[in-house]
Design a protein around this ligand. Structure first.
Ligand code: NAD
Length: 495
């Protein structure tokens, strides 16, 4: 079933059924649920509401497809996946509109980042497919020992709503490149771009059952994936709380391999010798307000040496007032769209109330805006005089809220930076290369950016420490490890 949306700004074909065994299918129960545009609260589609039996159907299709896909020569898998990436690029304008309609991300971001990065990710892993070699061990002459990688079989992938297609692509690329079949579960509120991309995968020639998508509530579909005996590994990106339950389900069922990419409360540290405060302010603002702060690696704690706090804060407030325009995400000039749902907006506003109640001071923003639109907009907000003990500095807000905390000297900066349950990302601004090296090593986080806020690119792994997750990495060839088993084949040479 293909539906053309009435929105004249968005000439898009929305796929609203699930994708299993190469076909779009209704939920076995026949049930659907509404999906809304967060910019105006209006329903844009009714999407199939999956249940346990829909996961069973997708897993059966994936199990049938997995042996053939694993046996496909790597060079052929590469060509198919490259074609898949090309089709995403060829349909990028439509996909960007779908993503903006469904998630509320500014169209300039979905055009320049979400969709091109998704295609590039699949292409990058496709290109690695026939370039990675296995190993021959240094044995004596009496034996030949090979250390080879084999696909797990069927992988379940559960992804969040903040970068629906990009997070899916970070999984799809290495899962498919290493010869696994996949059952993907997008977040309940953001299935539309992945469903359209599944159709493009079929058009590229992916065999039926290699890529399946089951839509529906996480508590039902996600749980069924995490518990399914026919799934060999699960890659989960989402909150720490749900990641914990995925791990429990695996432990209580078939001990499927689990890779967790979870939340964060990442510090941005500005030392007194940081050069060019205009540029630092620009990067600090990007790190927290990009994607409305709905970002696992959002730099939500600004730790700043008290000697430069005043001038940096002035610049940040100026930037928010001038550049971080809240508006209709379909407008090219909008930089801040709505939050994903009404309940998420209320959660973020609750944190803003908590920050005030605990004694922090809002220097810009601090509330809901554009209420007349019917959408879920919150203005970029900066809290001065925060301390690391406050809830706004400890809990993941997942919204455009920055907590500014003063420090004096390197040791205090590191102590505050590491005083968190998380360890996903961090950034550090200093002109002194020794300080940079020492502090980058001392910060407990999976990615540390020096004089920038960077997660690196496709060539580098992304993943967290502590309660930000473990079990694997997204991006780079390290991503292949979590979707393959290492096997030793020891051949006696009879000598
Ligand atoms: P979430 O944990 O609520 O949901 C993530 C996914 O899990 C969704 O598909 C959801 O439907 C599903 N799910 C929900 N309940 C489930 C259950 N009981 N069992 C199995 N699956 C279930 O997270 P979210 O609100 O969609 O996304 C925001 C979170 O994701 C934030 O904490 C953010 O930091 C994190 N995130 C992490 C990364 C990373 O790479 N580390 C990237 C993006 C987002």
């Amino acid at each position: 079933m293909a539906v053309t949306t009435p929105n004249p700004l968005a000439e898009v074909r929305l796929r609203t059924q699930m994708f299993a065994g190469g076909d779009f299918v209704d939920a076995v129960s026949g049930r659907t649920y509404p999906v809304e545009n967060p910019a105006n609260g209006q329903t844009i589609a009714e999407v199939a509401e999956g249940g346990v039996e829909d996961v069973d159907r997708a897993v059966e299709a994936a199990r049938r497809a997995a042996p053939g896909w694993a046996a496909t020569p790597p060079a052929d898998r590469k060509k198919l996946l490259q074609r898949f990436a090309d089709l995403i690029d060829e349909n990028s304008e439509e996909l960007a509109r779908i993503e903006t309609l469904d998630v509320g991300k500014p169209i300039s971001d979905t055009r320049s980042l979400d969709i091109p990065d998704s295609a590039a990710t699949i292409r990058w892993h496709a290109e690695a497919t026939d370039k990675l070699y296995d190993q021959v061990a240094p044995t004596g002459p009496g034996a030949v020992a090979m250390v080879v990688r084999e696909p797990l079989g069927v992988v379940g992938a559960i992804v969040p709503w903040n970068y629906p297609l990009q997070m899916a692509a970070w999984k799809l690329g290495p899962i498919l490149a290493t010869g696994n079949a996949v059952v993907m579960k997008p977040a309940q509120v953001t299935s539309l771009s992945l469903l359209r991309v599944a159709e493009l995968g079929a058009e590229a020639g992916l065999p039926d059952g290699v890529l399946n998508v089951v839509t529906g509530p996480g508590s039902v579909v996600g749980t069924a994936i995490a518990r399914h005996p026919g799934i060999d590994g699960v890659a989960f990106t989402g909150s720490t709380e749900v990641g914990r339950t995925v791990l429990e389900h695996s432990a209580r069922t078939n001990l499927k391999r689990v890779a967790l990419e979870l939340g964060g409360k990442s510090p941005q540290i500005v030392m007194a010798d940081a050069a060019n405060l205009d540029r630092v302010a620009d990067r600090v603002a990007n790190a927290i307000f990009w994607n409305m702060g709905e970002n696992c690696s959002a730099g939500s704690r600004l730790l700043v040496d008290r000697r430069v706090k005043g001038p940096l804060l002035d610049r940040l407030v100026g930037l928010v007032e001038r550049d971080w325009i809240v508006g209709d995400p379909m407008n090219d000039t909008t930089r801040v769209g709505p939050l994903i749902t009404k309940s998420h907006m209320e959660k973020v506003l609750g944190y803003i109330d908590a920050g005030r109640a605990e004694g922090a001071r809002t220097v810009v923003g601090g509330g809901r805006v554009r209420e007349d639109s019917g959408g879920w907009f919150v203005s970029p907000t900066i809290f001065d005089r925060a301390t690391n003990e406050m809830r706004i500095a400890r809990e993941e807000i997942f919204g455009p809220v920055l907590s500014v905390i003063e420090f004096e000297g390197e040791d205090e900066a590191i102590a505050i930076a590491n005083d968190t349950d998380y360890g996903l990302a961090a950034s550090l601004y200093t002109e002194n290369v020794r300080t940079a090296h020492r502090m980058a090593r001392a910060i407990k986080a999976g990615v540390v950016g020096v004089n920038n806020y960077s997660e690196g690119d496709l060539t580098t792994p992304f993943g967290g420490f502590r309660q930000s997750g473990f079990g694997g990495h997204d991006k780079s060839v390290h991503a292949h490890d979590q979707y393959t088993n290492l096997k030793t084949i020891w051949i006696d040479m009879g000598e």
